[in-house]
Write a protein that binds this ligand. Structure first.
Ligand code: 26Q
Length: 835
């Protein structure tokens, strides 16, 4: 660590006991608007160097954020002191993605500062809502997995569970989606262009991360450490963001690593005139934290991705080990004082890296190192799709992480040797091995994470059940009881209080203000399920949210929407298994039906789509083009008027979700049964009172159990039926032959109704669904159509619709991520919240 050897990172005061608190532990009091006004003006002057006359809107945003941050930091410092004093277990949540979105209203809401700050700014002639819209989204994630990590951070802080989130500080987050002529194109997400007011750079917290070279062989079963003669070293530097919980009572740290070259410039090379060459090593090193991989399912299999995974895993483990040793003085107590969680397999190298650190750097014997590792780590699986399960070629690991490969082989040897006799047949061994031997040899990261973890969890009841029956069937038999279910949840602070203040206000007025602290009180709404006065108020909040959304869409996309129409919303990553195509085909069928039968009692509908496709996922991009092409034709057809409109909202992100969800009447959760591990958008929409049309997939199953079958529209083949259909040799062409309505819609696509300039444009989509139909799009069409007509019928009976909406809200409390995190803390981490 040449660059940093002169930096002494030890605090001047070594023991916290003797240190006077740098921040008084004052009770959380809400400052008055005048004090906030002064604080903002001070930040403007002394942090930004601006006066009121020269301040730009961005300056105001930064000054406000920095003033709010002061209050967060008070809570943060006190939380760290309390955690130290309590001496309990800490949780470390390792995730390659954190899809956080904006932080201003999170901080304001949690600290109770929204209205005082609004008032302070308004006295300065500044509008808080305009500042809110200026903050870039922190889009350091692709979708569900990354957003779950962000909701979990919110809940862990709100419950005062001492936690570090560890991830990567990507210079560029998820790409910006631009729709050009209906096609998705990608542009870099320059979220850091103006700097980031929430983070603290920690130039003194730097760890070396090694790659390449050779490793000294150790024999299996031997306790002695090995040695790694690495070839390359990159530095990981910490950036900390405090994550403050509800009512500001506790704050945790999100520590994101940024890659840095050991030598910023090869001066000798520069002096010889090779100016670009002098920077090349730096560019290669720093590329590690440059960009988020833009896929939410498809393992990229590239060396840079593996480097990213090892980079943040190793830095996080080094950091938490040094904290543990500094606090407790030994390493054997790690399982009692730390629970490390692997958010999917992206940090699964933690199994080998923790072993390496214990064996080679802390000189712990193998057996003890294995006890520590396998009692400290836990792992969540987020997908069943076999093609989405991560594996890495043995040859690549041998080149990049040779010592880790040795350790993985030794773990595998021990694992296979200790299997019960009933699992020692060659087929069982092949299924249980950490190494896939067919074809190019690869390490199965799910297996590695499983074997190295104390608990493994799925993210919904159905998903966990399928995990036991499919991908981890043999491992479950070898290690019974390790797999547990933890159904996902969502942060009510973000997805109700912040996103839908009008509904929140109504709930507070109808039930009680304590509903903000205790969502179980939502149950009390059941008493209003048939109350016309409550229905009227609920409808009014929905209508206002729809008007606001319609206004935004009108301004940005020049599409006029009638807020009285049913807003039918399909928002999530674009993927064949999520079946946006099924929804689009239904829209086409509806369009043709309306044209055909002028008397057709269609309910006026607005179909809203939003979502990004992985940049390399051609099929998904073609689905986006089709959605836009159908929108073009339908929206311009004067015969249709306001009876049907389609909108594709570009650049879906957390902030756009916050605007669309409160304006939704119908929530589309129509994945092929067995393919969506859980879903969390389904929960956000139901909590905001949208009714769900969905398949029995992921957490939809549990949503139905909670809201009751009368208050949700379930349709389509279930997991077992799909398996049977597959066996019987089903093809989409058969389904088309059996359904004239479907046939007309598909034929319209084939005839070029939506692509007059290139009639064959959508043929790849048609070929897929008419052949093997891997995602059962056409197989489920008739059932979907029928379910949609039931939606129409209910919409036409407002008292029944709003009763169902009320009951959805009333019965969603269980889907709070606070409940999920309590379960993780009790049953997986065995960690206690601070009093
Ligand atoms: C792996 C290797 C290389 C490149 C990318 C990846 C990769 C990246 C992201 C693989 C998977 C993901 C993300 C998966 C994901 O978001 N899964 C979703 O997780 C949610 C939270 O549990 C569930 O609600 C969703 O059902 C599930 O699809």
């Amino acid at each position: 660590m040449k660059r940093f050897e002169r930096l002494d990172v030890t605090p001047i005061r070594k023991t916290r006991e003797k240190a006077p608190p740098s921040v008084e532990r004052r009770p959380v009091v809400v400052p008055r608007p005048e004090a906030l006004r002064q604080a903002i003006l001070d930040k403007l002057a002394y942090a930004l160097g601006k006066d009121v006359a020269s301040a730009t809107p961005h300056d105001w945003l930064f000054a406000t954020a920095l003033a709010v941050r002061n209050h967060i930091v008070d809570s943060w410092v006190a939380s760290e002191q309390r955690t130290d004093e309590a001496g309990g277990k800490r949780v470390y949540y390792l995730s390659i993605e954190f899809l956080i979105g904006r932080l201003l209203f999170d901080g304001l809401g949690n600290l109770g500062l929204t209205e005082p700050v609004r008032e302070a700014l308004s006295s300065l002639g500044v509008d808080l809502d305009e500042l809110r819209a200026l903050e870039p989204d922190a889009a350091l994630g692709n979708g569900g997995l990354g957003r779950l990590a962000a909701c979990f951070m919110d809940s862990m802080a709100s419950l005062a569970l001492p936690t570090f989130g560890y991830g990567i500080r990507y210079q560029f987050g998820l790409f910006k989606q631009i729709i050009e002529d209906g096609w998705q194109t990608e542009a870099p997400d320059r979220w850091l262009d103006f700097g980031n007011p929430w983070e603290f750079k920690r130039p003194e917290i730097v760890y070396p991360i090694h790659f390449g070279g050779t490793a000294e062989a150790i024999e299996a079963e031997h306790a002695k450490p090995g040695a790694w003669y690495y070839a390359e070293t990159i530095l990981a530097m910490a950036y900390d963001t405090p994550i403050v919980g509800w009512r500001g009572k506790h704050a945790n740290t999100l520590r994101l690593w940024s890659a840095l070259a050991e030598e910023p410039i090869a001066l000798a090379t520069f002096n010889q005139g090779d100016h670009l060459g002098a920077m090349a090593a730096r560019d290669t090193a720093e590329a590690i934290s440059d960009v988020l991989y833009p896929s939410d399912d498809n393992p990229a299999g590239e060396e840079l991705r593996l480097r990213q995974e090892f980079f943040f895993t190793s830095a996080s483990l080094q950091d938490l080990l040094q904290r543990h040793i500094a606090t407790f003085g030994d390493i054997a107590s790690l399982p009692d004082k730390a629970a490390i969680h692997l958010n999917d397999t992206h940090p699964a190298l933690a199994v080998a890296e923790l072993m390496r650190l214990l064996l080679d750097e802390h000189h712990v014997a193998w057996e003890e190192a294995w006890r520590i590792t396998s009692q400290t780590l836990n792992y969540t699986n987020h997908t069943l799709l076999p093609e989405a399960l991560e594996t890495w070629p043995v040859a690549l690991l041998a080149r990049l992480l040779p010592r880790h490969l040795q350790i993985i082989y030794t773990i595998n040897y021990d694992h296979l040797k200790s299997l019960p006799d009933g699992l020692k047949a060659p087929e069982s061994i092949a299924a249980l091995s950490l190494i896939e031997e067919r074809g190019e040899r690869r390490v199965r990261m799910g297996h590695l994470a499983f074997v190295g973890s104390r608990r493994i969890n799925g993210v919904s009841a159905l998903h966990t059940d399928l995990l036991r029956r499919t991908v981890f069937h043999d491992l479950d038999r070898a290690y019974p009881g390790r797999i547990v279910n933890k159904t996902n949840g969502i942060s009510f602070r973000r997805w109700l209080h912040e996103a839908n203040p009008a509904l929140t206000k109504l709930l507070v007025e109808t039930v009680s203000p304590t509903i903000l602290d205790d969502p179980s009180l939502l149950r009390k709404l059941e008493a209003f399920a048939d109350d016309p006065a409550f229905h009227a108020k609920l409808r009014a909040t929905r209508l206002a949210n729809k008007e606001a959304l319609a206004k935004r869409i009108g301004a940005r996309l020049d599409i006029h929407l009638d807020p009285q129409a049913l807003f039918d919303v399909h928002i999530k990553r674009i993927h064949e298994y999520k079946r946006q195509l099924l929804n689009i085909i239904e829209a086409i069928a509806l369009y043709l039906e309306i044209l055909d039968k002028p008397g057709f009692a269609a309910v006026p509908r607005v179909k809203i789509f939003a979502g990004k496709a992985a940049a390399s996922y051609w099929h998904a991009k073609l689905i986006i083009k089709l959605a836009n092409a159908v929108a073009d034709v339908v929206n311009k057809d004067p015969r249709i008027g306001d009876r049907l409109k389609l909108v594709f909202v570009p650049n879906y992100n957390v902030s756009i979700a916050e605007a669309i969800i409160p304006a939704t009447d119908l929530s589309e959760q129509i994945s092929t049964a067995g393919m969506e591990a859980s879903g969390t958008g389904n929960m956000k929409l139901a909590l905001n009172g949208a009714l769900t049309i969905g398949t029995l997939d992921g957490a939809n199953v549990e949503i139905r159990e909670h809201v009751a079958a009368d208050n949700i529209f379930i349709f389509g083949a279930v997991t077992e039926e799909i398996a049977q259909k597959r066996k019987s040799g089903f093809t989409g062409a058969e389904a088309k032959a059996a359904s004239p309505r479907l046939a007309r819609a598909l034929d319209a696509i084939a005839a070029g109704v939506f692509s007059p300039d290139d009639k064959g444009r959508f043929k790849p989509l048609l070929d897929a669904v008419l052949g093997y139909d891997p995602f059962m799009v056409v197989a489920d069409f008739d059932a979907y159509w029928d379910a949609q007509r039931k939606v129409d019928a209910l919409w036409n009976e407002p008292e029944h619709w709003w009763r169902a909406a009320t009951l959805n809200i009333a019965r969603m409390a269980w889907f709070s991520s606070d409940r999920t995190i309590r379960e993780y803390a009790d049953e997986i981490w065995r960690a206690k919240t601070l009093p």
